[in-house]
Ligand binder design. Structure first.
Ligand code: ADP
Ligand code: MG
Length: 348
């Protein structure tokens, strides 16, 4: 008799469990036409496309999270920014940071170490000097560049991970999270969507893209790799991915022209000038967008040869390198996986 009751109660629990599963499934039934919302955040256009039948107010939650990250990490709003506080305290005192800002700063230091300073999270004074991407962009005087170069050194940023404290050792030093903050914002926005039941979605934050799950028809997403010589959204090839981030850094993203020469926004901390090698862009495919963002900028700065060495030393992260003469180099994990759609691009 006792066994009989046990059996009945197990059967009842099973019925309740299965019926709750079917309710959940119905709630998030995939859509063939997505819910699309756009916003202007972190200095770029943010677009969220959700293919689940879900209350779209969660997109507002995701946008709010991006704004929160922007406010903490921007170099343009002294009222809210922890980074401006850290920079203003340079050479003077320690700054306590929120766990968001501390995490991104620590990632920035990681990529600075990994590239032995080709990527340098203390690039701030040079970014300010050039002002690329603003109306006041100029080619600075040589002596000003030399003077500013002395302020750039990630080894002079000390951090204490147990209490989230950071300090720049010398006055006028400045951290700039411009190369990785968008990646973190994308990761956090995606986390919020997932936590709220989203199973099929794509997020765009400027050149950063993040996919959630698979395409609603069950196949991987077909993601375009940006043609670095054309407009945003014009692709040179396609990769199939699911649950991954694709971030591209390119010398085409933000630049100005002076006397027929182009000056872009990724600066070589050794020379003080925009980096010049034969790379036009690097796209990174990774789980986390913060790593894609950090690495795409880092590998662009390192150049093809060193960049390839670094990517091969990392597992689960792949790269597409495109040179100025439209040659395409893939990391070994992408072998045979990029379908080139523009014939002028040649696989090496
Ligand atoms: P985008 O912002 O166009 O997506 P990136 O992710 O490649 O491009 O980041 C470029 C930004 O990184 C610059 O605008 C600047 O804020 C910052 N930056 C420039 N040079 C360096 C460098 N050597 N190390 C670290 N950050 C840099
Ligand atoms: Mg980047």
């Amino acid at each position: 008799m006792r066994n009989f009751f046990k059996l009945i109660s197990i059967a009842l629990m099973l019925i309740i469990f299965l019926s709750s599963c079917s309710i959940n499934k119905k709630d998030i039934e995939p859509l063939s036409i997505p819910i699309v919302k756009t916003n202007f955040l972190m200095g770029t256009i943010v677009e969220v496309k959700i293919y689940d039948n879900i209350d779209d107010s969660i997109i507002t939650k995701a946008f709010n999270r991006i704004s929160e990250i922007e406010e903490k990490m921007t170099i343009n709003n002294a009222e809210t920014s922890e980074i401006i506080r850290l920079n203003n305290n340079a050479g003077n005192k320690e700054t306590e940071l929120s766990s968001d800002t501390f995490y991104v700063l620590q990632k920035g230091l990681h990529y600075s170490h990994l590239s032995q300073g080709a990527f340098d999270i203390t690039i701030g004074p040079l970014v300010k000097l050039w002002n690329i991407g603003t109306d006041s962009a100029t080619v600075p005087q040589n002596d000003l560049i030399d003077e500013t170069l002395r302020l750039i050194d990630y080894k002079k940023l000390s951090i204490n991970p147990s209490i989230h404290i950071a300090m720049l050792q010398n006055t006028n030093m400045k951290v700039d999270l411009g190369a990785i903050a968008k990646g973190y914002a994308a990761d956090e926005a995606a986390r919020i969507l997932r936590d709220n039941g989203v199973e099929h979605a794509i997020l765009y934050l400027g050149g950063n893209l993040l996919t959630i799950g698979r395409n609603p028809n069950g196949s991987p997403w077909k993601i375009g790799i940006q043609d670095p010589f054309s407009n945003r959204g014009d692709f040179m090839g396609i990769v199939n991915i699911d649950n991954k981030s694709v971030v591209t850094s390119g010398t085409y993203e933000r630049f100005f022209e002076k006397n027929g020469k182009k000056y872009h926004h990724i600066i070589n901390p050794k020379t003080g000038y925009p980096v010049e090698n034969n790379l036009s862009s690097v796209s990174i495919i990774s789980d986390k967008s913060i790593d894609g963002d950090g690495l795409s900028t880092t590998l662009l700065l390192l150049g093809l040869k060193e960049g390839r060495n670094v990517i091969e030393s990392l597992s689960g992260i792949e790269a597409v390198f495109i040179t100025n003469d439209k040659k395409v180099y893939l990391s070994s994990g992408l072998d045979g996986k990029l379908q080139i759609t523009k014939s002028e691009f040649k696989l090496d």
